[in-house]
Design a protein around this ligand. Structure first.
Ligand code: SAH
Ligand code: SF4
Ligand code: F3S
Length: 454
């Protein structure tokens, strides 16, 4: 039976991949006649799109679920869906733990939401976690922004980093065809989207699973080729891509980014550790020297590029000296932004079973020391913006000050300035930067223009 009020609410945890999946699932629900409810308590269908990258991410999901499961005892027509990475990891176990759940569905099944819900409305409790060939996007996502959009390029991950659950929950790499990607981008351009971020767990591994090689023996389809192929999409002024793996970040890719005017000078390339022995035990497949060479090459061709990354502290067996090599790398490179995390042992990953686990005290001490260094270097990196003129793509009103709008520079720095959102939304505005903080800027608008690139 279909719930009479047909209102839905989606709560999304985790990375951009999950956010993009949620937008597609919201699109499917709206096609089915469901309407968005801001208040989860007024919705008849609740969908949790979950993350299991670290233990605290998983625990958050259980605390939300517990509350809504209680509500279901009073409201029998409430439908509860658990999607995403916890769903994939736990499968049927989730139903035993929270029997009020109606549907458990892994990330590869996101585009099948309608048919899975039909089974639920026929009275079944459904678990969809078997590996499948991802159904090509037949849905129209309900996107959160009208200015910037995500486009999936490659799903899954073929690496086996010893700490990470992602390959277990997202499956093997599946690249979309260049034609399908471009068609989605052309549509976005027509709808007025100005900035597109191409998404993949390891986006620079794009195309390895597609057929064909060049006469030189290279894969026919790579991220570099894709950037050239989609660069002329009308209406789209800016292109970004994330997340990059150092193993696949080629010089050819760096040259393409420098050459193509729409590709923004911001690169998110996680290094995880600055110590070669730790990198080896993580199975990352590169050394810190190789990582530094990539950044040097980027800065040689794009001197002002911003660089961000992810790092893990307290990996099993990490010594104080090895941790200091991470500090050293961070100090040497000078990141614009760094996502840091204490190592969290994850079920089904090799490192979780190793003896040399570090205490919570050591991990949190290292995390604090690293975070302190990151804040100092980001503050120093911000200084270079002071007095400069930057191009800002206006996305929204400043939630803390309605007289101001906010957007991002090409280097991805959040920037605020005085202006009317009705007039400026989706515009590229040149802004003189008058104030800098570690992770954001304030400025004065010079001129708004409809930039036409290449
Ligand atoms: N594919 C990307 C990262 C995806 S996961 C890459 O390889 O770089 C996002 C981030 O979560 C990782 O970069 C890592 O820093 C962090 N992470 C993954 N597993 C973790 C774990 N077990 N404990 C702590 N952090 C973890
Ligand atoms: Fe996880 Fe490594 Fe794959 Fe990144 S590359 S998603 S860290 S297994
Ligand atoms: Fe989390 Fe899954 Fe992304 S585990 S980080 S939501 S791939």
């Amino acid at each position: 039976m279909i719930a009479p009020n047909r209102r839905y609410h989606i709560t999304t945890f985790g990375c951009q991949m999950n956010k993009a999946d949620s937008e597609r699932m919201a699109g499917i629900l709206e096609d089915m006649g469901f309407e968005w409810s801001e208040d989860p308590n007024e919705a008849s269908l609740l969908l949790y799109n979950t993350c299991t990258i670290r233990d605290n991410a998983e625990q958050k999901v259980y605390s939300y679920l517990g509350r809504q499961a209680k509500r279901k005892q009073e409201q029998a027509d409430l439908t509860i869906v658990v999607a995403g990475c916890v769903a994939q990891q736990e499968g049927e176990t989730l139903l035993r733990r929270v029997p009020e759940i109606d549907l458990v569905m892994g990330p590869q099944h996101a585009n099948r939401l309608e048919e899975l819900l039909e089974q639920v409305f026929d009275g079944n409790q459904v678990v969809a976690t078997e590996p499948i060939q991802i159904v090509e996007d037949i849905t129209k996502p309900r996107r959160d922004s009208t200015v910037t959009a995500w486009v999936n390029v490659i799903y899954g991950c073929n690496e086996r980093c010893t700490y990470c659950v992602v390959p277990n929950v997202r499956g093997v790499e599946q690249s979309r065809t260049p034609e399908a990607i471009k068609a989605e981008m052309v549509e976005l351009g027509k709808q007025g989207y100005k900035e597109i971020t191409l998404l993949g767990q390891n986006i620079d591994a794009y195309g390895r699973d597609l057929p064909g090689t060049t006469p030189e023996g290279r894969h026919l389809h790579t991220l570099t080729d894709l950037l050239y192929y989609v660069h002329d999409v009308p209406g789209v002024d800016r292109l970004r891509f994330a997340t990059s793996h150092p193993r696949y970040f080629t010089e050819r890719l760096i040259r393409a980014c420098a050459e193509l005017p729409k590709v923004c000078e911001h690169f998110h390339i996680p290094f995880q550790s600055g110590d070669n022995e730790v990198l080896k035990r993580m199975s990352r497949g590169y050394t810190h020297e190789k990582y530094r060479r990539i950044i040097d090459k980027i800065r040689q061709l794009m001197p002002d590029a911003s660089i961000s990354a992810d790092a893990i502290v307290g990996f099993p067996g990490e010594t104080e000296a090895q941790f200091e090599n991470t500090l050293k790398l961070v100090a040497d490179i000078g990141f614009d932004h760094l996502n840091t995390a204490a190592y969290s042992p994850r079920p089904g990953t090799p490192a979780a079973l190793w003896d040399a686990q570090l205490s919570e005290e050591v991990k949190s001490d290292r995390l604090q020391r690293l975070n302190h260094l990151v804040a100092t270097t980001a503050q120093a990196r911000s200084q270079r913006y002071l007095g400069r003129v930057e191009e800002v793509l206006v996305e929204d009103q400043n939630p803390k000050n309605p007289q101001q709008v906010m957007g991002r520079t090409r280097g991805n720095r959040l920037t605020f300035f005085d202006g009317d959102i009705i007039q400026l939304k989706g515009q590229l505005v040149t802004v003189k930067i008058t104030e800098v903080r570690a992770f954001s800027l304030t400025g004065e608008p010079i001129e708004a223009r409809q930039l036409v690139v290449g």
